[in-house]
Design a protein around this ligand. Structure first.
Ligand SMILES: *Cc1c(COP(=O)(O)O)cnc(C)c1O
Length: 366
């Protein structure tokens, strides 16, 4: 009798529902506006040979990001995306079956998934209807890590600085407050990086996946007091950053790379403002969440129908209706100027002339 492999897996693995990433859940389509990527991409060159193991924390990359973020190099950890930063924080600070994290949904799904896969419970403190934190409720919670996402995915707006300060102050002696700044380049003035000196319990997550247009690279950063960074280094794999990743990330963090990123952020912010104004005029769109990121959340009459109508036009957007407190909402990532024009045409058709469908052309399905 052969063994049933699925039953060999740990119980918590059998129970887990993996993160439904945009790449995993949808394929095809010409225009990818479902994963908050940056369509304004750049080419990179690699040099040399790759026969040697890379450095665990490549010095040029750590120094490059420290310079960019305005912190000392000993406050920086580089990891395989910000997602690995989330995982390392949970594994380094939470005792399985004992400690808990606090999350404020609707928010990024990986905090709860990483916690669950490490047998760490999540305490849920929902955001207020206006998308600000429920600070009062959060300060009633006992947790090792408190995750705050600002700008928040998928609602798009910033968490007010005063609220982050109140939470940092409250948890000063007993928990780390993790502020996920994956989208901060779209509202750079709102970063709380300046609070790192004052609050040793503050941890900031950053990534090259969004504004830097390098989602395919898998490169993220954790900014925190050296004591926190050292705890994460205890848990990180020996060679998490492949040599080609380090080379490309260093180029992205050069003066020229940062200038290019800032230019694309300016373009995307303009496209977002225009798209939000356009969407708020559409019949049937009853709410357009204010956004400080590269995506916009919309309340529509039927989210699944809207996603599928746009998919038929080769445009992928994301249904976010499964998120706590949200129903019949779609999230649209801001693409290139051409993609936004095509999107607006398709939305105009869908919301204004529900009977009429432009047939999809052969080129866009290829
Ligand atoms: C995309 C995203 C991440 C993950 O970033 P990677 O560096 O690609 O792993 C983390 N947090 C939020 C809020 C995100 O939207």
């Amino acid at each position: 009798m052969s063994v049933k492999i699925s039953e060999l897996a740990r119980t918590c693995v059998q129970a887990i529902v993996p993160y439904a990433s945009a790449r995993r859940s949808m394929s095809g389509g010409a225009s990818w506006l479902n994963a908050n990527e940056n369509a304004l991409a750049t080419d990179y060159q690699l040099s040399g040979q790759f026969n040697r193991y890379p450095s665990c924390q490549p010095a040029a990359l750590i120094e490059g990001y420290a310079r960019y973020a305005g912190v000392a190099p000993d406050h920086v950890l580089v990891s395989r995306g910000a997602d690995e930063g989330i995982e390392l924080l949970i594994r380094s600070f939470c005792e399985p079956g004992e400690d808990r994290i606090a999350i404020c949904p609707p928010t990024y799904g990986m905090y709860a998934i990483s916690a669950e896969s490490n047998q760490v419970a999540s305490v849920i403190v929902p955001l207020q209807p206006d998308t600000s934190l429920d600070v009062e409720a959060l300060t009633q919670v006992e947790a090792k890590l408190v995750f705050i996402c600002s700008p928040n995915n998928p609602t798009g707006d910033l968490i007010p600085r005063q609220q982050i300060l109140a939470v940092l102050e409250h948890f000063r002696s007993n928990a780390l407050v993790v502020v996920d700044e994956a989208y901060i380049e779209f509202a750079m003035q709102a970063s709380v990086v300046d609070l790192l000196q004052q609050y040793p319990n503050l941890v900031i997550l950053r990534t090259l996946s969004k504004a830097f247009a390098l989602a395919g690279l898998r490169c993220g950063f954790t900014l925190a007091a050296p004591e926190v960074i050292n705890a994460l280094k205890q848990m990180i794999a020996p060679y998490p950053i492949a040599e080609p990743v380090a080379q490309i990330a260093v180029q992205a963090l050069s003066q020229q790379g940062i200038a290019r990123m800032q230019q694309s952020v300016a373009t995307i912010n303009q496209l977002r403002t225009a798209f939000s104004a356009f969407a708020s005029e559409l019949p049937g769109v009853s709410r357009v969440w204010p956004s400080q990121a590269n995506f916009v959340l919309l309340q529509v009459p039927d989210a699944a129908a809207c996603v599928s109508a746009l998919q038929q036009q080769g445009i992928l957007i994301r249904n976010q209706s499964a998120q706590l407190g949200l129903s019949e909402v779609v999230r649209v990532s801001i693409g290139s100027p051409d993609e936004m024009q095509a999107l607006q045409q398709a939305m105009q058709d869908y919301f204004c002339n529900p009977g009429v469908r432009t047939p999809i052309s052969q080129e866009t399905t290829a």
